[in-house]
Design a protein around this ligand. Structure first.
Ligand code: NAP
Length: 281
């Protein structure tokens, strides 16, 4: 087999990632037999060498995951609009002339997943739980799509204030606050969990208070996709709300990266099936 189109994943650790399964299944589906997606574990001290190595080794690009999404930025030649606004890169494209462009497809991937499910952000009130790296992408996505009101809640309130301040300067008409949970629950349309609470290591924890109920009209979106249903989503389902996990966002951000590299339409449904198989079978 003649593999001459290489892309991969820069992160630490990467062995658990479903991206290789997702992308390689898509190449097979579209008959792109000369393409291959490689997991590349990169320590924090080797980020520069790894990014420079992409060009030296003839890679067409790479995805970037935790903890390097911000660390790769100084080593790239240019940033796309979303990556510049968010301050983090999850997709690198190596252009034909060798320039390396950093993009962020997390924000658009999140919106694409909502759109596919018929969920509108325009003119809605959203509550974002968490103020870490993924919260930046979600806050940017919501404001870019004209969310009417945004509440950011975080364990460390100073970080929520900082996030609200930096995006408040970027979107001058936005109404952003970092108020307390109880005051917001009745008026919001969409709750998005971007904290890591509920992942395998904290499976028994939820970022939501048990005594605060959801309504049938609300959408509760958890960026976590493993486990499939966190405690937060179990509660949302119990209360009759629309409960969604982050697998759709993972697939859509991957599909957007796939399209940037191959210039072909990504087979998103197949990528989702490949991700599910890698995660749960
Ligand atoms: P991060 O930058 O480390 O941020 C973690 C956030 O969780 C912070 O706001 C932190 O609050 C909060 N947190 C952590 N432990 C907590 C606890 N015990 N109690 C309350 N809050 C707590 O992480 P990240 O990169 O944003 O990722 C967060 C989650 O999103 C992960 O589960 C990741 O897998 C998921 N994710 C999913 C996708 C997708 O495509 N579906 C994409 C990106 C990320 P403090 O500020 O107070 O520390």
């Amino acid at each position: 087999m003649n593999i001459d189109k290489l892309v991969g994943l820069i992160g630490w650790p990467v062995s658990h990632s479903v991206s290789p399964a997702m992308h390689n299944a898509a190449y097979r589906e579209l008959g792109l037999a000369n393409w291959f997606y490689v997991p590349m574990p990169v320590s924090t001290t080797s980020v520069k060498d790894a990014v420079m190595g992409l060009r030296a080794l003839g890679f067409l690009g790479a995805n970037v995951t935790v903890p390097h999404k911000e660390a790769v930025v100084p080593f790239l030649d240019e940033l796309g609009d979303s990556a510049r606004a968010i301050g983090a890169v999850n997709t690198i494209v190596v252009e034909e002339d060798g320039r390396m462009i950093g993009h962020n497809t997390d924000a658009d991937g999140f919106i694409a997943d909502l759109k596919e499910r018929g969920i509108v952000v325009h003119d809605r009130h959203a509550v974002v739980l968490g103020a870490g790296g993924s919260a930046r992408a979600i806050v940017y996505a919501l404001l870019k799509h004209d969310c009417k009101k945004l509440t950011i809640l975080n364990r460390t309130k100073a970080k929520a204030d900082e996030l609200a301040y930096s995006f408040g300067r970027m979107f001058l008409k936005a109404h952003i606050d970092t108020d307390v949970l109880e005051k917001k629950i009745d008026s919001c349309d969409l709750v998005i969990n971007t904290t890591s609470l509920g992942m395998a290591a904290t499976k028994g924890s939820s970022p939501w208070r048990d005594d605060l109920s959801f309504t049938r009209e609300q959408v509760i979106y958890d960026l976590i996709y493993n486990p499939k249903q966190t405690l937060l989503l179990q509660k949302a389902t119990h209360d009759g709300a629309c409960a969604l996990n982050g697998l759709g966002m993972l697939v859509q951000q991957g599909a957007l990266a796939f399209e940037m590299w191959t210039k072909r339409k990504a087979p998103a449904a197949l990528m989702r099936a490949a991700a599910e198989e890698a995660l749960f079978s």
